[in-house]
Ligand binder design. Structure first.
Ligand SMILES: Nc1nc2c(c(=O)[nH]1)N[C@H]1C(S)=C(S)[C@@H](COP(=O)(O)O)O[C@H]1N2
Ligand SMILES: [Mo]
Length: 572
């Protein structure tokens, strides 16, 4: 075990984009496209000219429509605003504060969300992630190479768009995304509590069917460029109420639920929900929710500034209804904060990635840890669910040690199991195959976003635990690979000992009824279905029971944690 530790490297404490992730060169994506039919792709940039033409034509027709007497009467009957039943008016200061926090947090959430997506720039509706079957992509078609990896498929973003922009920076992006999400949820819950205890909710919820004709009328008035006269201090117009209602009560919760829908442990535990909302449906919907937010922000900001900027900013930033410039200046000051946050987030992340890793873990880690206690039952999938295509990932083993083993059909292969155990063992493949056989058909969840189902055959980790008998001091189990990670030093990962007794933790030597092949981890790999894909160490040579993983490698719990600032608990 000592030798294995000596083969580890520590990883840096800053990000140097030149040497990042095994010196992957930057690679940009292509214009986003949507699949039409079996294999035609529609470039979404066409929506810009098409949208422009539709908008101009819409304005023309809306103006004509308003000349029709019946339509004019309709607008007179439904001018656009339904005042709240409780007659409450005004916008209290706490609404302004919450609005600001929300906006500030959203800038990081959206940027890091887009960054996460660039790590697998394709969206699917089924959990199989089969190349060519995606409905959306902003990357070229998957090349014919059978060993093409998901990492090779990832793309970069400009540093001021993505967070932090550089290619395959998902570990850091996830801290921003999940960490800030916690603050966003807290802010949202406080907002819910306050609106429902003060009656302010009545300004955001359509409370009668009248809202529909009023909203239609407002849409027509906007489109005809002859805008409704309304007073946002007293009540929002019906279209505004609908937009705010959808954003606050539908899009917000949908973002959280679809986000959780991508979790390996929750998808494996809550089968019924997962059969409807597979990781890929969740990921696609999560993206569409973001599209809603982006369109909402675009329309909202445009209208705030064009329907009476000074007034509108006084309402939301100054909580006053007068003609002063107070609201504007508070808004301007708040924008300085937003801009500072925006501009410094990427440079800060590249300079202080360990801080991002630590603060991110402080925010979301407790939840990730809580979900680690979930031991899901087998039997979620059957043979017919097995994916036709399973992506590959990671760095293939190229060492002489591995090549020699491979060429001899692993006759000289030995699995070393030791550390804090009563009975350390060395097992060759024949001995491993002689142990009780365990099989499971389960889904793999790569952190990058792709997934796939396979049948795994081998030895349950419980069998190994019973064989070696860990000492009470053992709290973590470290899996060492025959292969190096992208920055040199062997790949490894640490798992909590509790999960080694779970029903879906095993060492697999078979995949889909055949011996595990080179790309997927021959001769032996880990499956722990409560965790993300990068923790499923392939090409395993050693298993060490330890008290604490801080003694191993860079001390952060695994190769990606040491080198790419991932988190060590990856249940979501
Ligand atoms: N030794 C080693 N194991 C590894 C990796 C790696 O780079 N080296 N990559 C991990 C990642 S990121 C994923 S998603 C899975 C991919 O497994 P697959 O290629 O069999 O689909 O392997 C994991 N195990
Ligand atoms: Mo992965």
């Amino acid at each position: 075990m000592k030798d294995f530790r000596a083969q580890l490297t520590k990883g840096e404490d800053v990000v140097d984009p030149a040497t990042w992730a095994g010196s992957v060169p930057a690679q940009s994506g292509i214009a986003p496209r949507v699949r039409v039919g079996r294999s035609k792709w529609f470039n979404l940039l066409w929506l810009l000219p098409i949208g422009f033409v539709v908008l101009i034509a819409g304005v023309g027709f809306a103006k004509e429509l308003r000349e029709v007497p019946a339509v004019a009467d309709f607008i007179a009957d439904y001018p656009g605003t339904v005042p709240p039943a409780n007659g409450q008016e005004g916008i209290p200061a706490w609404v302004g504060w919450q609005h600001f926090f929300n906006l500030f947090l959203m800038t990081f959430i959206i940027r890091s969300g887009i960054q996460i997506m660039t790590d697998h720039p394709r969206l699917y509706w089924t959990r199989h992630s089969t190349p060519g079957k995606e409905w959306f992509r902003f990357q070229k078609e998957v090349p014919d190479d059978p060993l093409w990896t998901a990492k090779q498929d990832s793309v970069s973003l400009p540093g001021q768009v993505g967070l932090p922009g550089i290619r395959h920076s998902i570990g850091l992006a996830r801290w921003w995304h999940l960490g800030i999400d916690v603050l966003f949820v807290v802010n949202g819950l406080i907002f819910y509590i306050l609106i429902f205890t003060t009656g302010h909710w009545q300004r955001l919820v359509p409370t009668s069917w009248d809202f529909i004709p009023h909203a239609g009328s407002v849409a027509l008035q906007y489109l005809s460029l002859d805008w409704p006269v309304d007073n946002g201090w007293v009540a929002y117009n019906a279209l505004q109420v609908l937009a705010y209602f959808i954003t606050v009560f539908i899009a917000g919760p949908a973002a959280i639920l679809t986000g959780l829908g991508m979790s390996p442990v929750l998808s494996t535990k809550f089968r019924r929900i997962s059969s409807l909302l597979s990781i890929q449906a969740a990921r696609s919907l999560h993206f569409l929710v973001m599209v809603w937010f982006l369109l909402f922000i675009l329309m909202h900001v445009t209208l705030v500034f064009t329907t009476g900027m000074r007034e509108n900013l006084n309402f939301m930033y100054g909580s006053r209804d007068n003609g002063s410039w107070v609201g504007f200046w508070i808004f301007a000051a708040s924008m300085v904060i937003v801009i500072i946050g925006w501009v410094s987030a990427t440079p800060f992340t590249l300079r202080h990635p360990r801080k991002v890793q630590r603060i991110g873990y402080a925010l979301i880690g407790p939840l990730q840890r809580l979900f680690e206690h979930v031991d899901a039952k087998p039997g979620q999938y059957t043979d017919k669910d097995i994916s036709p295509y399973m992506w590959h990932n990671g760095k293939y083993p190229e060492t002489d040690e591995y090549r020699a083993l491979y060429e001899n059909n692993f006759t000289h292969y030995r699995l070393h199991v030791g550390g804090l155990v009563e009975n350390p063992v060395e097992l060759d493949l024949t001995q491993l195959r002689a142990l009780a056989y365990h099989e499971q058909i389960t889904q793999h969840f790569c952190i990058q976003g792709w997934s796939g189902i396979a049948k795994w055959g081998g030895v349950s980790m419980q069998t190994i635990v019973d064989l070696v008998r860990p000492r009470p001091a053992a709290k973590w189990v470290v899996f060492y690979s025959l292969g190096d990670g992208p920055d040199g030093g062997i790949y490894y990962d640490a798992h909590p000992i509790e999960q080694m007794s779970y029903q879906l933790s095993m060492l697999a030597y078979d995949m889909n009824d055949a011996p595990l092949d080179y790309g997927h981890g021959a001769p032996l790999r880990l499956r722990n279905e409560a965790q993300l894909g990068f923790k499923q160490v392939k090409w395993i040579k050693g298993v060490e029971f330890v008290e604490d993983f801080t003694e191993v490698g860079g001390g952060y719990g695994g190769y990606n944690q040491d080198h790419e600032f991932f988190g060590y608990r990856q249940t979501i």
